[in-house]
Ligand binder design. Sequence first.
Ligand code: ACO
Ligand code: ZN
Length: 291
Amino acid sequence: TQSVSEIARVKNLNRLSIGRHEVDAWYFSPYPQEFAHLPVLYICEFCLAYFPSQFMLTRHRKRCTLLSPPGNEIYRHEDLSFFEIDGKKQLSYCRNLSLLSKCFLDHKTLYYDVTPFMYYVMCQRDSTGCHLIAYFSKEKESAENYNVACILTLPQHQRHGYGRLVIEFSYLLSQREGKLGSPEKPLSDLGLLGYRAYWAEKIVETVLAAGEEISVDEIAQATSITHADVMNTCTTLQLFKHYKGQHIICLSDAVLERYEKSKAKRRRRIFKEYLNWRPPSFTRDQLRFGW
Ligand code: ACO
Ligand code: ZN
């Protein structure tokens, strides 16, 4: 596979129309040449197919029967749902999703081969369908124990707490797998901000819930956040204190105050009771040959 960042190209798209929204593209994305440099690229919000005009999109919508992503709904709570989509089974949807997300991801290598990945798509449901808000991709088998390859909240939905929900969901899947996980490196600036905020909140929450001394390992087990990410976050937040020749984790007033503030702001969370999912298992041949 050849990655886009290796080719290093300039931005080729202007605006994107998706459902009720129109947004600016941020970065180059390898849409076919004839779809680049249009004033607006029209995207079917359900199958993510793309069209050069509103007219062609409208014509497509008459034939396109999708009202939700083409996968299994594995989580539903209030108006939010998560769908699990196998890159091998839904090639065109997953390629279209990759093309769309590349518009907002610069540092990432975008793999044209979607078969080694599962896609977890978060939608908001209403009477007109399940509308794509955010998603992440995940390698079917990651040697590095990455639990997220790429993560994105569509720009029109950013800074509403959805990214945090998607991150929380990714760790819930790791929890079900009985694994610790970490996002694929390098993280973008926005990715780092989102993860740092999540790790800090989750670690403080876990320390508070323990009510007594808790080790880095116990935090990792309770949250599925890797030891390295727990250690780094604790170091950044200056939570380690020397006590009788030992390092112990201690929450400062400033950290507690920040935690209370961010918790008060948070409107939603993920409830594990609503996850209807077992880790998919793949044979070695399925992984190698994409069967
Ligand atoms: N400036 C400062 N802090 C931010 C910003 C920002 N622009 N965006 C997120 N944060 C931090 C804040 O602490 C925020 O909490 P707050 O709003 O209560 O202050 C916290 O992250 C969570 O914010 P959310 O609203 O839950 O996150 P959002 O839905 O905006 O999604 C994401 C975050 C996915 C990183 C989004 O910015 C995005 O899609 N960016 C473009 C694609 C990208 O860079 N993805 C990550 C690549 S790395 C990887 O894929 C492994
Ligand atoms: Zn469609």
